[in-house]
Ligand binder design. Structure first.
Ligand SMILES: CCCCCCCCCCCCCCCC(=O)SCCNC(=O)CCNC(=O)[C@H](O)C(C)(C)COP(=O)(O)OP(=O)(O)OC[C@H]1O[C@@H](n2cnc3c(N)ncnc32)[C@H](O)[C@@H]1OP(=O)(O)O
Length: 135
């Protein structure tokens, strides 16, 4: 899993209990995962199809920096399934885990699913090269 992005928890992100609002965390997860999926599949014609179970494990407080770990779990014909882990940058404590986030490539005109032409192995190979700084 690669931690590619960070955000600062600001006053506007808090719930009545002064911790990070769950809805804001979901918004960030959707956005971070979409950006990751766009670069994995090399297309921006993606829609969020499904967000599976999300487990909120510990709160984030105002002033905390949270980081987003992203990983490709599965690659289908038109879809990609992503895991997103949000954790506290400093303590590394897990804030929440979204295990099944599915994006589908759709045709610009018809908005129906279309094949993206990528495979899991291909994406894994590319990720390895990126981690070695070769891409
Ligand atoms: C260079 C930088 C540029 C930056 C510039 C960025 C600008 C560009 C930003 C774009 C960023 C996008 C991020 C926006 C995120 C939203 O906010 S999108 C808005 C919310 N989402 C929607 O409105 C989608 C509404 N849903 C739909 O339109 C239709 O359901 C869909 C997506 C076309 C799919 O239709 P469908 O009949 O379910 O299709 P179907 O063929 O049955 O399934 C398609 C695939 O989904 C899978 N699937 C279907 N149902 C499920 C399910 N329940 N669970 C799991 N998988 C499922 C199927 O297994 C299949 O996968 P494959 O086997 O083909 O890989």
């Amino acid at each position: 899993m690669r931690f590619l992005s960070r955000r600062l928890v600001m006053p506007n992100d808090l719930n009545y209990a002064n911790s990070l609002f769950g809805g804001r965390a979901l918004e960030w997860i959707d956005e971070e995962s979409a950006i990751y999926a766009i670069f994995q599949l090399e297309t921006n014609q993606l829609v969020t199809k499904h967000i599976g179970e999300i487990n909120f494990e510990s709160p984030a407080m105002q002033g905390d920096v949270v980081e987003f770990g992203l990983e490709t779990k599965q690659v289908g014909r038109t879809s990609i399934t992503i895991t997103c882990l949000v954790r506290n940058k400093e303590t590394k404590k897990t804030i929440c885990l979204a295990d099944d986030i599915v994006f589908v490539q759709v045709d610009r005109e018809t908005r129906l699913p279309v094949a993206h032409g990528k495979t899991f192995d291909e994406l894994q190979k590319r990720a390895k090269l990126e981690m070695q700084g070769l891409l």
